[in-house]
Each structure stands twice: as structure tokens, then as C-alpha cells.
Design a protein around this ligand. Structure first.
Ligand SMILES: NC(=O)c1ccc[n+]([C@@H]2O[C@H](COP(=O)([O-])OP(=O)(O)OC[C@H]3O[C@@H](n4cnc5c(N)ncnc54)[C@H](OP(=O)(O)O)[C@@H]3O)[C@@H](O)[C@H]2O)c1
Length: 279
């Protein structure tokens, strides 16, 4: 990978270490690459050790000091596991990126471990990691926290109850935290992401050619870390969709009309759109 154009992140405010949760691929990997270009050291967390080590080697080749932790965020000891590699360093930037959802279905029918993992990763994970690293940042009077969000946070969508509910938690939690942390010198941003071309989406068969590149999303997140509490990625249509589905009136009609379509239907519609555009 070529070294990315640096964002110009302030190492004295957000460094010297950045912790990227879900930092082995997609948006998380791009956050790591951009931060390495800005001379940050990195702690990368994900489940699979292979991709973590591969990215770590790439970033070490660019001069960054890199630590990795292979941890499942759905497990109750996730923070304790990550702390084993961060307790002796100064984490000035926490990026909690992991949190996609790969299983859809009725909440009352899905196995408890499926919906429980979504809630553990996004709700408990964002809260627990923020409490720990945010308290250390507040003690130093400087730092930044980016919490991974989604346009889905504006609408409770059938077959995605745990996911959309968890992302709504993240957005509202971030707003309150932003107001609490600003006077303490810590920036908080909920990065509200639309359709993005991540490996996770590609594995689900989504038409990622039409999606936002992960580097664009990560770059916008870093560039706007001080523009919280919420930053909606500037892909055309994202802000308009948030306005359309996020209002307070006629919620029953809005939920019925704007439910996120099942993935096979979305993929089919995108393919038809592509065919028409090409003809
Ligand atoms: N892609 C989109 O279209 C889209 C749209 C809206 C919002 N978002 C948000 O953007 C963020 C990134 O999404 P994504 O599509 O890249 O998929 P993702 O699965 O949330 O993120 C991928 C990264 O997280 C790690 N990860 C996933 N589950 C984990 C777990 N249980 N424990 C530890 N690490 C875990 C993955 O590595 P391992 O698999 O090795 O663990 C990988 O490094 C998420 O918060 C998602 O909700 C994405």
C-alpha cells in the first residue's frame, strides 16, 4: 500500500498512541494508515490475528510502533484483554470502529447470542472503552474519541432491531459525552457512516462498487474530530436520508415506508440500476 496523504492530526493533542477497535480492515485499517502517516503509534484490535499482523507489519514499515490484540468484543472481558497492551502507554485517541451486523431476522426469533453480541459490541463496548480511556484522557486534559455510527441510527428498522437500536444509543450517547467532555479538553465525535465499501459488506454480497471508499470515510472522521457531536459522511444523499427518516412526526408511517430493504433486494436493485446506467 502507498503511504496515504496525511490528515495533519495534532500529535500533541491526540497522540502519541491511537487505539483502533476493529482496526484490521475496511474503515478501521484506513484510520490506522492515515494515523501512521501522521506519525501516531497504533494499537490495533480485531478477532483474526492474521489480518491484524499483516497491517501491523505494513505500518511498522512506515515507521510506526504498532501493537495488536486479538480480542472478541462480544466477550465480557474485552476491555481487560485490550488493557493488557495499553496500560503502559498513553492512548490519546480512541476509535471504536467495529460494529457491523451480519445477521438479520426478527428480534424475537434470532438466537440470543446474535443480538446479544450486537448489543455487547456497540452499546457495552462503546460505553466501557469510552469510560476507561476517556477518564485517562480527561485526567490529561486532552484527547479524542470517535465512535462508529450509522445512518441506521435514525430509524428502527425491522429485522435490524438490535443493530439500529444500538446505533441510536451510540449517536445519543456521543451527543451527551461530547457536551460533557468538551470542557475537559477531549473531543468526541459520532461518525455517522452510510454505505461503505468494506470487506465486511463485500462478504455479505453487497454491491460495494457503488459504495463510499473506506479511506474517504476515515479521512472525514479524522478531519472532523473537533466538529462533533455528529458528523454524517458527506456521500450525496446521506444527510437527506437522515432528515427524511429521523424526524419526530409520523413515526409509524416513516418506519413502515423506510425500512432498510433486505440485502438481497438491495443488491438486486443496485445491479439493475447499474445495468440501466450502462445501457
Ligand atoms: N460498511 C458499511 O456500509 C457501513 C454502513 C454504516 C455503518 N457502518 C459502520 O462502520 C463500522 C465498520 O463497519 P465494517 O463494514 O468495516 O464492518 P465491521 O465488522 O464492523 O468492522 C470490521 C473490523 O472490526 C473487526 N471486528 C468485527 N467484529 C469484531 C468483534 N466481535 N471483535 C473484535 N473485532 C471485531 C473486524 O476484524 P475481525 O473480523 O478479525 O474481528 C474488522 O477489523 C461499523 O461500526 C459499522 O456499523 C458501516
Amino acid at each position: 500500500m502507498p503511504i496515504l496523504k496525511p490528515v495533519g492530526m495534532d500529535l500533541t493533542k491526540y497522540g502519541p498512541w491511537a487505539l483502533v477497535i476493529g482496526g484490521s480492515e475496511g474503515v478501521g485499517a484506513e484510520f490506522a494508515r492515515l494515523l501512521a502517516a501522521d506519525k501516531f503509534n497504533l494499537v490495533l484490535v480485531a478477532r483474526k490475528a492474521g489480518p491484524l499482523e499483516e497491517l501491523a507489519e505494513e505500518l511498522r514499515g512506515q515507521g510506526a510502533e504498532v501493537r495488536t490484540a486479538s480480542v472478541d468484543l462480544a466477550q465480557g472481558d474485552a476491555l481487560a484483554q485490550v488493557r493488557k497492551v495499553t496500560d503502559d502507554i498513553e492512548v490519546g485517541l480512541l476509535i471504536y470502529n467495529a460494529g457491523a451486523n451480519n445477521t438479520r431476522g426478527l428480534f424475537v426469533e434470532l438466537p440470543e447470542e446474535v443480538t446479544g453480541a450486537v448489543i455487547a459490541i456497540t452499546v457495552l463496548g462503546q460505553a466501557n472503552f469510552t469510560r476507561h480511556y476517556g477518564a485517562l484522557m480527561a485526567g490529561r486534559g486532552r484527547g479524542g474519541i470517535i465512535l462508529g455510527g450509522s445512518l441506521s441510527s435514525y430509524l428502527g428498522s425491522p429485522t435490524l432491531a438490535a443493530y439500529t437500536g444500538a446505533k441510536a444509543f451510540s449517536r445519543i450517547f456521543s451527543e451527551a459525552l461530547w457536551a460533557e467532555c468538551a470542557p475537559l479538553g477531549v473531543d468526541v465525535l459520532h461518525l455517522n457512516i452510510g454505505f461503505t465499501a468494506t470487506p465486511a459488506m463485500a462478504r455479505l454480497g453487497m454491491p460495494v462498487k457503488l459504495a463510499e471508499p473506506p479511506e474517504t470515510v476515515a479521512r472525514e472522521g479524522l478531519e472532523n474530530i473537533a466538529n462533533g457531536p455528529v458528523w454524517i459522511v458527506s456521500t450525496p444523499g446521506n444527510v437527506e436520508r437522515a432528515r427524511l427518516i429521523g424526524g419526530v412526526d409520523n413515526r409509524a408511517e416513516t418506519v413502515r415506508a423506510h425500512a432498510i430493504a433486505p440485502r438481497d433486494r438491495t443488491a438486486q436493485a443496485a445491479k439493475e440500476h447499474q445495468k440501466l446506467a450502462g445501457s
